[in-house]
Write a protein that binds this ligand. Structure first.
Ligand SMILES: [Zn+2]
Length: 458
């Protein structure tokens, strides 16, 4: 055997041994997570004893206490709160809407199930009663801008079932939720109703943030349940003159004090270099935020718990971050990255789970080509656990600022997305709709990825 062949054979042997060692260790991680109730019981406590936890609410304060306890119980060396100011938007009493003809004769009063959009202003305390105009998309809005003054714009923003990822449909249809109010206010409209951003077959409305363009009046906006939306839109399409009544008490209170909840396992070789894993602690007010993003919080805590439980000592400091205020302000994610930058911290990698507690399918990465190629060599180790792809592109809203400010490579867990938007930001997002085994598979794949990144670096 010449020297070259001998060296090559040794390298092949070493890498095969490394893969065998790794697959054995990954199996240990999986066994530990699958035989534990920790993630599922943590989620139960968050959903049932805390419940809704929008930034600024009393639920937020309770959730922060829950997070600190869960991280201590998981075995974190150190748990602390990182303070940040958070917006304090409140819905007030129940939103109310119905439609009819102006005199209530040709169309009788038909109530609608709606939710004011997050960050929306409310209506006049007595409500508003104005003619509705159906607008199918932003092109039609421009074409009919002269007709909008004094009206309630009803957007027919369809959640496109033909997209292969529901996240694409969410982005397309969600543009009307996010920007529709200001686009319509620009031409004198007085309020906006959007279809809920979902393909769900029930009538639950789905809330979520809007963003006002400060150049135009801040008009109220709400999401309709899809059955009600279909019925109202059918009237408008038939050319009937329809008036909508809408009343909402939504408003902002002064900013409140919120916190990122952080737990650490101190690194054995590089204690001042960090791997961050997280989800967001806040959730919308109509439900328990079980999938969005209770699942991401308990996934992240489970990464720390399982690695510690099997005796793994991370080389880098592992930080679990339960981020504040993702839903309607992003203050927690921004604060974490800004403080990391100000302190000159070195962040090696960040991983986020904010796409639900369903069966994992892949990870998506925002990293250099070299880093992605290195990590892709690990995919076969993940295949037995249901993760078949390491895709280019991905991360998360809360770790995005780390990537932008510090250049930290990042990844997001991508579970099956068929059912996520059925529940997202709506009454159905409750603990009962999370499956323990699906939740655990998300957690164990995350723990496995963190182990591989910690062991080999990028
Ligand atoms: Zn979320």
């Amino acid at each position: 055997m010449n020297r070259f062949v001998w060296v090559m054979a040794l390298l092949v042997f070493q890498s095969a041994t490394a893969q065998t060692d790794d697959s054995g260790f990954l199996r240990k991680i999986a066994d530990n997570v699958l035989s534990s109730n920790a993630a599922y019981e943590n989620l139960r406590a968050l959903c049932k004893t805390v419940g809704p936890r929008l930034a600024g609410s009393s639920g937020m304060v309770k959730a922060e206490a829950w997070g600190q306890k869960a991280l201590r119980d998981a075995g974190a060396d150190k748990v602390w709160l990182q303070e940040c100011a958070v917006p304090n938007w409140v819905r007030g009493n129940k939103d109310e809407a119905w439609y009819s003809s102006k005199d209530g004769k040709t169309i009788k009063k038909t109530p609608m199930d709606i939710l004011a959009l997050g960050n929306s202003m409310g209506t006049d305390p007595k409500g508003i009663f104005l003619p509705a105009i159906l607008i199918n998309d932003f092109n039609e809005l421009e074409a009919r801008k002269a007709e909008l003054a004094g009206k309630i714009v009803v957007f027919n923003n369809i959640f496109d079932p033909k997209n292969l990822s529901t996240f694409k449909s969410y982005g397309e249809s969600g543009a009307y939720r996010v920007r529709g109010a200001s686009m319509a206010a620009k031409y004198g409209a007085k309020a906006v109703l959007v279809r809920s951003i979902t393909a769900s077959t029930d009538n639950n409305p789905h809330t979520g943030s809007l963003v006002y363009d400060t150049a135009y009046p801040k008009i109220p906006a709400a999401a309709m349940g899809l059955k009600d939306a279909d019925a109202l839109i059918a009237r408008l399409k038939a050319g009937e003159e329809v008036y909508v009544f809408y009343r909402s008490e939504a408003r902002f209170l002064p900013d409140a004090v919120g916190h990122n909840v952080i737990g650490e396992l101190t690194g054995s070789e590089f204690p001042d270099q960090y791997i961050t894993v997280g989800g967001h602690l806040d959730s919308w007010d109509p439900a328990e935020g079980a999938h969005d993003d209770g699942a991401g919080c308990v996934h992240s805590i489970e990464v720390l718990r399982a690695l510690k439980a099997i005796g793994y000592k991370p080389r880098y400091t592992l930080r679990v971050v339960l981020f504040a205020n993702e839903e309607n302000g992003m203050r927690g994610g921004n604060k974490y990255a800004e403080e990391a930058k100000a302190k000159g911290e070195k962040h090696v990698f960040a991983l986020e789970s904010d796409a639900g507690g369903f069966t994992p399918r892949s990870f998506g990465f925002t990293a250099s080509l070299d880093q992605l190629r290195n990590m892709r060599a690990w995919v076969s180790l993940f295949e037995p656990y249901g993760v078949y792809q390491f895709n280019a592109g991905g991360g998360g809203a809360d770790i995005g600022p780390l990537n932008r400010l510090l250049g930290t490579p990042m990844a997001g867990l991508n579970p099956d997305n068929s059912r996520y938007f059925d529940l997202h930001h709506a009454r159905g997002d409750v603990f009962e709709n999370v499956n323990k085994r699906e939740l655990d598979f998300g957690a164990l794949n995350m723990a496995m990825l963190i182990y591989m990144v910690d062991k080999y670096g990028l």
